[in-house]
Design a protein around this ligand. Structure first.
Ligand SMILES: Nc1ncnc2c1ncn2[C@@H]1O[C@H](COP(=O)(O)OP(=O)(O)OP(=O)(O)O)[C@@H](O)[C@H]1O
Ligand SMILES: [Mg+2]
Length: 289
């Protein structure tokens, strides 16, 4: 019995547990030939367990390889998105610089020329030259504006409006109001006037909720549809006082919103929430068929 146990131990020790499943099966079959008949049952039981371990280890190794591969891919994606972010940041800085410097200078040149022309005798021989100069300055201003717009890549435009609204929503926290922003639908680059209007509308509606609602939460949703974008700002406060939807003398927020939305061919609704509070819903067409 002792020698049989000794040969069983030796046989088990000879099994290549670190190898692949197929190698292990072949080796186990070969070793099994030399195992005394009395302990072959014990050998099979232990070899079976070892085989299960070999399988598990090989599955884990496969998974490890897959994860490593995915990690490498993610690393590459991160690198390229960092690069992209850097390029977008640079473009945005150039656009800002053009806006703050070149566009302002152009504007001043036109103003100065206007000033000179207004004081110049009608018959002065320099007049046509100066008028032409003013025209050129106007063209330069338009070209600068185009360059600024072109530099703002679609991602920036999108990041811009969502980012802007997000910062307005975040500012609620300072007043102890819970703010949330969710973006629904398929975000697309928006025409600049629409983007600007969305930001201003969100700002006014959120500020109104902060100043007047006496609620504890404001929920903002920006929903993209193929031909329109809808902004909803909902609070859980006291709701609009009767008649305020037609504007309150000396207060311009709500009328300003109406005008802004109207100018873009959109629609503004001021609705009472099911459980109180005010819902401001602005829908703006985005000029796509
Ligand atoms: N979310 C709100 N909850 C309750 N009342 C509101 C809300 N938003 C507006 N109101 C009421 O409607 C009135 C008109 O709002 P509007 O934005 O036009 O003016 P305002 O905020 O008072 O002043 P401003 O001209 O600075 O915007 C407010 O004075 C307030 O009484
Ligand atoms: Mg207001």
């Amino acid at each position: 019995m002792v020698t049989e146990l000794g040969s069983l131990t030796a046989a088990l020790a000879a099994l290549p547990t670190g190898s692949s499943e197929a190698e292990f099966v072949d080796a186990a079959a070969a070793v099994r030939q030399r195992v005394p008949a009395e302990v072959v049952g014990a050998f099979d039981a232990v070899a079976g367990r070892l085989l299960a371990e070999v399988r598990l280890r090989s599955r884990l190794a496969d998974r490890h390889r897959e994860l490593l591969l995915r990690l490498t891919e993610l690393d590459q994606e991160l690198d390229s998105s960092r690069e992209r972010q850097a390029v977008l940041g640079e473009r945005s800085r150039i656009a800002q610089d053009l806006h703050d410097r070149a566009a302002q200078t152009n504007f001043l040149v036109v103003l100065k020329l206007d000033w000179v022309l207004a004081r110049m005798p009608a018959e002065s021989p320099l007049r046509p030259e100066l008028e032409r100069l003013k025209e050129l300055a106007g063209e330069a201003a338009a070209q600068t504006r185009e360059a600024i717009y072109a530099l703002r890549a679609p991602e920036m435009v999108h990041g811009g409006v969502v980012g802007g609204i997000r910062s307005v929503v975040r500012s609620l926290k300072a007043d102890g109001i819970e703010g949330s922003l969710s973006v629904a639908g398929m975000p697309v680059p928006l025409p600049q006037p629409v983007e600007e209007a969305l930001f201003k509308l969100a700002q006014e509606a959120v500020n109104n909720a902060r100043k007047h609602s006496r609620g504890s939460a404001v929920m903002v949703t920006l929903r993209y549809a193929p031909s329109a974008v809808t902004l909803v700002v909902q609070d859980n406060g006291v709701g609009l006082p009767p008649g305020a939807e037609h504007g309150v003398p000396g207060h311009f927020g709500l009328t300003g919103m109406q005008e802004r939305v109207g100018a873009l061919g959109g629609n503004l609704a001021l609705l009472a929430g099911d459980e109180g509070g005010l819902i401001v819903r602005a829908t703006l067409p985005i000029g796509k068929e």
